[in-house]
Write a protein that binds this ligand. Structure first.
Ligand SMILES: Nc1ncnc2c1ncn2[C@@H]1O[C@H](COP(=O)(O)OP(=O)(O)OP(=O)(O)O)[C@@H](O)[C@H]1O
Length: 323
């Protein structure tokens, strides 16, 4: 288990992480999300051992000392993949991936390199020079290199940021399946809601250097405790309950994702269309609800200025307004 107790850290007295307490079970995949600058990268770096803290960090009972205790930061059983890939440009893809692998058994080493290149779909470029690769290809090589010695704990900082959508989806499925098979615990700092929701056992939300939420992704997405958290997953509406519920008088606010609002000509809740944005599978409609902007999804574009009626499922309203 990864344990953090009272972990605080700041750059030049500017506090970034504030009394973080955290347990992560072996084999779990955790997505770390939060607005830019909230401390995600700093937290990964601190776990890896690049920053000193007066708090306590341990992995499976072994205390991780940090730079005041280790001359060379990091432990063999942890790998940290930073946002810059740190490859050796004159070396080939294979040489980069195998850089930290033992040379004692060359055939075994070659087999391992090819296995890793298969995971990141880079087999065809095994002999290309790293310096000649695109950003996305370099990122995939760096991922393979991070996996080479089968770390127990893998810390990934925005690992797919340079990779195109088509490849990213395939790569994510392959990578996270590989990590599960090999019981590799993984923390991934990300801005991508697919990483945060689809491939994580737990999602941790950071805000101003503190843990703001820590739960199963479905729980956090379906019952977002506040607008900050909900907005990390995409567009979100915060509307007054009475403005979307007939006969309701409460001034309570409710958070609604655009796909949770639909047209219903009998609802009595009128909105005026301001814009329609094509999103591929449907349209995002921007509309005015009692002079407040509201976003909802619809299968077709709607005309600007058109009046339409919207509704929200009663059970959803009940569950969102439980507290
Ligand atoms: N080396 C540094 N020296 C001084 N301040 C730093 C340093 N690195 C980061 N910071 C500051 O610490 C805060 C947290 O930065 P960090 O990179 O951890 O955030 P983040 O959540 O990973 O951001 P992003 O999502 O943009 O990558 C920011 O205010 C940043 O400006």
């Amino acid at each position: 288990m990864l344990k953090l107790k009272n972990v605080s850290f700041g750059y030049n007295d500017k506090p970034v992480l504030k009394k973080i307490n955290l347990n992560i079970a072996v084999g779990d995949h955790v997505s770390l999300i939060g607005e830019s600058g909230c401390g995600k990268s700093t937290l990964l770096q601190l776990i890896y051992g690049l920053h000193h803290t007066d708090g306590f960090v341990s992995w499976n009972g072994i205390e991780l000392g940090g730079p005041n205790h280790n001359l060379v930061p990091g432990e063999d059983f942890i790998k940290y993949l930073a946002q810059d890939f740190d490859l050796m440009p004159p070396l080939t893809v294979s040489e980069n991936v195998g850089k930290h692998l033992s040379n004692a058994y060359p055939r075994k080493k070659k087999k391992r390199i090819m296995e890793l290149l298969e995971v990141v779909e880079m087999t065809e470029l095994a002999d290309a020079k790293a310096g000649d690769l695109s950003g996305g290809q370099q990122q995939r090589v760096a991922l393979a290199r991070a996996l080479a010695n089968t770390p127990e704990l893998l810390l990934l900082d925005e690992p797919f940021s340079h990779i195109d959508h088509f490849r990213k989806n395939n790569l994510r499925r392959k990578l996270f399946a590989y990590l599960k098979e090999n019981k590799i615990t993984c923390i991934i700092a990300t801005h991508d809601s697919t990483d945060a929701l689809s491939f994580a056992d737990k999602t941790i939300v950071l805000k101003n250097g503190k843990i703001y939420a820590n739960d199963a992704p479905q729980e956090i997405y379906n019952n977002p405790p506040n607008k900050y958290i909900a907005s990390l997953f995409g567009d979100i509406n915060e509307v007054m309950l009475k403005s979307i519920t007939p006969n309701e008088t409460s001034l309570k606010m409710i958070l609604l994702y655009p796909h949770e609002i639909r047209l219903d000509k009998n609802s009595g809740i009128k909105v005026v269309v301001l814009a329609s944005y094509f999103k591929g599978s449907n349209f995002l409609i921007k509309a005015s609800l009692k002079n407040k902007i509201i976003y909802f999804e619809n299968s077709k574009a709607l005309m600007i200025g058109e009046s339409v009626f919207i509704t929200v499922d009663k059970n959803l309203i009940k569950s969102r307004t439980r507290n």
